[in-house]
Design a protein around this ligand. Structure first.
Ligand SMILES: [Zn+2]
Length: 254
């Protein structure tokens, strides 16, 4: 198993985005009515995974388009809430030039995860149907970036070991399993990658950073707060398993 972290620049967000307790207002993560100089900068990561003969990209980070035309690419609303910071050559497409990708797996469809998708053509993209339906409805949160691509839906089956009872064994060999987690968004997915030595979890924004699951810090954008609390507890338990090799979040600063 090989996991390559790809940092596609960063994003300037309200401190309420990773930690909602920093502000009283429920929608403080949008950055409305806050000084932009108080924003914090967090990395935007995606992961290139090789396991059991499969090569997949999990999330896509920022598109190379944001270097020159951030507002045109994102639309004003998304740009305002999550201003991208990226240099030429830092997009996933540019960093992975020439490497094979069998499939792109989405943890969810927020702009900092789906933006880079627009740089890749002809590769199957997987998400959950719940996420696609929700993202198609909630235009304010997701904007226009979700459109213009074809998606395949993960085929979830009942699984008593899954945090919310649903999992999808992507290649049928147990190497990459997606867990449906209605937490940060309606159809967020955590991916478990299993190799000979153990497993890793790629959790997207379920754990915005390590403190999310280590200390139960709740992020700003939430679809279901109770589910998120359960999920962070589940991630912490998984991280303590003897064969857990790591938990990878999308915005960890380390
Ligand atoms: Zn994110």
């Amino acid at each position: 198993m090989k996991i390559q972290t790809i940092t596609t620049g960063s994003t300037l967000v309200s401190s309420a985005t990773p930690d909602r307790s920093t502000h009283c207002w429920k929608y403080a993560y949008t950055g409305l009515f806050q000084r932009r100089c108080k924003r914090i900068e967090v990395p935007v990561k995606c992961y290139y995974v090789k396991v059991s003969g499969h090569s997949v990209l999990i999330d896509t980070g920022w598109s190379k388009e944001v270097v020159e035309h951030p507002m045109r690419h994102l639309g004003f609303g998304l740009w305002f809430a999550s201003e991208p910071v990226m240099k030429q050559g830092e997009s996933a497409k540019e960093q992975l030039a020439g490497q094979p990708i069998d499939a792109i797996l989405m943890t969810h469809l927020d702009c900092d995860h789906v933006s880079g998708l627009h740089d890749f053509d002809g590769i199957a993209v997987y998400t959950s149907k719940a996420e696609y339906d929700y993202a198609s409805m909630e235009r304010l949160r997701y904007g226009k970036l979700v459109k213009g691509r074809e998606y395949r839906f993960l085929d979830f089956k009942p699984d008593e070991n899954a945090p919310f009872g649903q999992s999808c064994d992507l290649f049928g060999d147990g190497s990459i399993v997606g867990y449906l987690t209605p937490t940060h968004s309606a159809g967020s997915v955590i991916y478990r990658i299993s190799g000979a030595d153990g497993f890793v979890l790629i959790v997207g924004d379920n754990g915005y950073m390590k403190d999310s699951w280590r200390k139960g810090v709740l992020p700003g954008p939430l679809y279901n707060a109770d589910n998120m609390k359960l999920c962070l507890k589940w991630i912490k338990e998984q991280s303590e398993q003897f064969d857990c090799l790591g938990v990878y979040c999308a915005h960890e600063r380390e």
